[in-house]
Design a binder for this molecule. Structure first.
Ligand SMILES: Cc1cc2nc3c(=O)[nH]c(=O)nc-3n(C[C@H](O)[C@H](O)[C@H](O)COP(=O)(O)O)c2cc1C
Length: 196
């Protein structure tokens, strides 16, 4: 059992899982190429079905027209704080395998890669915040994303900022969240399936 960030575990897991959370306060400072690529490197080493590695990441750096374009894809509620990110990324997955068949695990595997990226970034002291709040239709149209690729999430990456600089409503939410209990998510055997 341990407590970090006001999060208490029943078992002694690595601190990295408790230290990672999704802050919104970012300073607007840039994220270096070294830092960014280190995070994508971590994503690269995620496991995947048949080692298809279906994850793909696009990124845009603050100060470029691409950053402004990526920012415009986000819902306004996300734009308010994402404007201070150093990098905005779009995570996508390839829906077909290298042999042309449908890869039904493309989303699952890309989720693993995204989590690797998030844990690596958090471990480096960066803010890494995944988002589903964007307009997919506009992303697909503006970037001419082909049908074989699914847009999975957008990711804000930045240097930590001051909570006071966030809108008041978001200041209250700027804390590590809690989780369901283990017995709500883990069940033993056939009998356990009745408890899902
Ligand atoms: C796929 C995905 C979509 C999310 N969408 C948003 C979003 O649009 N806006 C937002 O502020 N947070 C978003 N989040 C952050 C979640 O709310 C957050 O991960 C969750 O509350 C757990 O908190 P924690 O990451 O701080 O542990 C998203 C996270 C994921 C993984």
């Amino acid at each position: 059992m341990k407590t970090i960030n006001n999060r208490t575990t029943n078992y002694d897991i690595n601190d990295i899982f408790l230290n990672r959370y999704s802050p919104r306060a970012m300073s607007g400072e840039s994220v270096s190429t070294e830092e960014l690529m280190t995070m994508f490197e971590a994503a690269r080493w995620a496991p995947s079905s048949r080692n298809e590695q279906p994850w793909r990441f696009l990124y845009a750096i603050k100060g470029t027209s691409d950053f402004d374009l990526f920012l415009s894809f986000l819902l306004e509620s996300n734009q308010t704080w994402c404007k201070n990110a150093g990098v905005l990324s779009i995570g996508l997955s390839k829906k077909t395998s290298s042999d042309g068949t449908v890869n039904i695990k493309h989303s699952l595997d890309t989720g693993s890669a995204w989590e690797n990226l998030a844990l690596q970034g958090a471990n480096m002291g960066l803010v890494v915040h995944g988002m589903g709040g964007y307009n997919e239709e506009i992303i697909r149209k503006e970037l001419q994303i082909q049908n074989d690729y699914q847009v999975e999430l957008m990711i804000a990456i930045g240097k930590p900022g001051k909570i006071e600089d966030l809108p008041e409503k978001l200041q209250e939410r700027e804390k590590p969240s809690q989780r369901k209990n283990l017995d709500e998510i883990v069940f033993e055997g056939k009998e356990g399936a009745n408890n899902l």
